[in-house]
Design a protein around this ligand. Structure first.
Ligand code: FAD
Length: 495
């Protein structure tokens, strides 16, 4: 992906550890009597991924009176920046530095280990705060809806990614990597992340923050061939050029494309927008051109291969009758109706079986409803909203993937989160959001959590976890060795 954009935002502003001005807004007292009492607007954010942190950052910067609390389900912050972004893309994780400055701001508090919807309800948050922002991402996944989907050897990309990135509930996944061919369904950047991790030389992964169990399993992996399958054609592929280039240059691998998939593509290239044109040219070159001497040598010595398979949709995952494990996938052959981005895949009636022992479905994440009191569009799997204002729910806003659906990079999430912060500030200024009443904020919520036996993890507690992880990593020559269970995280946080 072209992630260069991602970091330009760091120049936008730097949150210093400024002294809070909010106390000034609590009122001026003369001889113990309040002359006026305009209290600080108290806002809470649910979720500490990019959506939550960018909303918080914008609000704190633009409103010197806002006090902000972030509630996070896990004991550790940063959402998919920690648990999604591929371990061999460390530069993307630099956004954590900006998020850390926000979390350490004197008007911001972090409460990890608080599962909103279970430990505290949205109504309780609404009572305690003037405004609530839901930024809890998209933690479910879309299913293929085909027979055999539940067989051993079939995994959701979300879980596979969570496994190599140390997401506590994916710790026990132990994917079976004993087969030669893996099929990935979906051709977005997540699919390419998974393909790259499956095929990358261990020497390339071992200095990243990939978890040690995943590294060991990948070192023993028998997977030699990865096919990345999409419903439509090369002109509709959903990934970005950076990810394709990484595949093309992946040491120890060679491309395995079907020239027929690219028929007629060069002829229409001149009418294609520039970024897609460049990406398609790279695929055409890889699939059709005779490589130069150096590249030929490289391909000859490669022991692993990867390739796109276009115009194919999953029909059924087939089992080996004796073991009942995945042995093949049946794919329907499609043709395209229409052209460009809107072209539709239409079944031809033909099918083909591809022998494989591992199927990873990478067809998208999906937001979940965390509190039955909230409106939810279950078809789009988002919270219905207008510029971040949740429909029919005054005082409640949303940002990040739960607002837009699971698309776009961190920079896209940053922009949609800034928009939500702007909507909220407009509402404060216009009076549509009433911030005149005194609200208890975290005081009442932490008391409530205490009563329910929930111990929140503060940002200082997270820094203890961070320090233990970086020390463990140093010993292995890695940037960090992640703690893999919530219990371990809490143990470190609470000592
Ligand atoms: P999330 O990052 O998912 O954050 C949501 C947070 O809410 C999580 O911390 C979660 O624990 C918390 N939460 C969930 N439920 C609750 C609850 N009930 N109570 C409290 N907290 C809760 N973008 C790039 O720019 N570069 C990349 O390399 C890149 N790689 C990616 C790789 C993968 C596999 C994926 C899936 C995405 C990738 N992205 C990348 C996209 C990027 O991660 C997203 O744009 C971004 O993380 C979305 O932010 P978010 O805050 O909406 O969601």
């Amino acid at each position: 992906m072209n992630y260069k954009l991602l970091f330009s935002h760091r120049k936008l502003w730097t949150l210093g550890r400024r002294r809070s001005t909010s106390r000034l807004h609590e009122g001026i007292r003369v001889s113990g009597q309040a002359l006026f009492s305009s209290c600080s607007p108290k806002v809470c954010v649910v979720g500490s991924g990019p959506g939550g942190f960018y909303t918080a950052q914008h609000l704190i910067k633009a409103r010197p009176d806002v006090e902000l609390d972030i509630y996070e389900r896990l004991p550790v912050p940063f959402g998919l920046v920690r648990f999604g972004v591929a371990p061999d893309h460390p530069e993307v994780k630099n956004v954590i530095n900006t998020f850390t400055q926000t979390a350490k701001h004197s008007r911001c508090n972090f409460y990890g280990n608080v599962n909103v919807g279970r430990d505290v309800t949205i109504n309780e948050l609404k009572e305690a705060y003037h405004a609530v922002v839901l930024s809890y991402g998209a933690e479910g996944n879309r299913t293929m809806g085909v027979p055999g989907e539940d067989l051993a050897g079939v995994y959701a990309a979300k879980d596979f990614v969570g496994w190599y990135n140390g997401l506590p509930n994916c710790r026990e996944l132990n994917p079976d990597l004993s087969c030669e061919t893996a099929v990935i369904l979906g051709q977005g950047n997540v699919a390419l992340d998974v393909a790259r991790i499956l095929l990358a030389p261990i020497s390339m992964l071992k200095s990243t923050d990939i978890t040690q169990p995943a590294l060991e399993a990948l070192a023993q992996s028998q997977v030699r061939r990865v096919l990345i399958v999409g419903r439509r054609g090369p002109l509709q592929i959903a990934c970005t050029i950076k990810e394709i280039r990484e595949m093309v240059n992946l040491p120890g691998t060679k491309p395995e494309m079907l020239p027929a998939d690219f028929e007629g593509i060069s002829e229409v290239l001149k009418d294609v927008p520039r970024p897609r044109k460049r990406l398609t040219e790279l695929m055409l070159k890889t699939a059709l051109e005779t490589p130069g001497e150096k590249e030929l040598e490289r391909r000859k010595s490669a022991s692993r291969s990867w390739g796109f398979r276009f115009f194919r949709s999953p029909v059924e995952v087939l089992a080996e009758p004796r073991t009942n494990k995945t042995s093949a996938i049946r794919l329907a052959v499609n043709r395209l109706e229409g052209s460009g981005a809107d072209a539709q895949a239409v079944l031809t009636g033909e099918v083909e079986d591809v022998t494989c022992g591992l199927v990873i479905s990478s067809i998208g994440y999906r937001s979940l409803l965390i509190d039955p009191g909230l409106p939810f569009d279950s078809r789009k799997a988002i919270i219905p909203n207008s510029m971040g204002r949740i429909q029919h729910t005054p005082g409640v806003y949303c940002s990040g993937w739960v607002k837009t659906g699971p698309t776009g990079v961190i920079a896209t999430t940053m922009n949609n989160s800034f928009d939500t912060a702007r909507s909220m500030m407009e509402d404060m200024d216009s009076g549509a959001l009433d911030v005149s009443a005194v609200k208890s904020g975290s005081q009442s919520i932490t008391a409530l959590l205490r009563g329910r036996g929930v111990k929140p993890v503060t940002f200082a507690d997270w820094e203890k976890i961070d320090s233990v992880e970086t020390k463990k990593g140093e010993a292995e020559g890695k940037p960090r060795e992640k703690l893999l269970s919530v219990e371990e995280m809490l143990q470190v946080a609470q000592t």
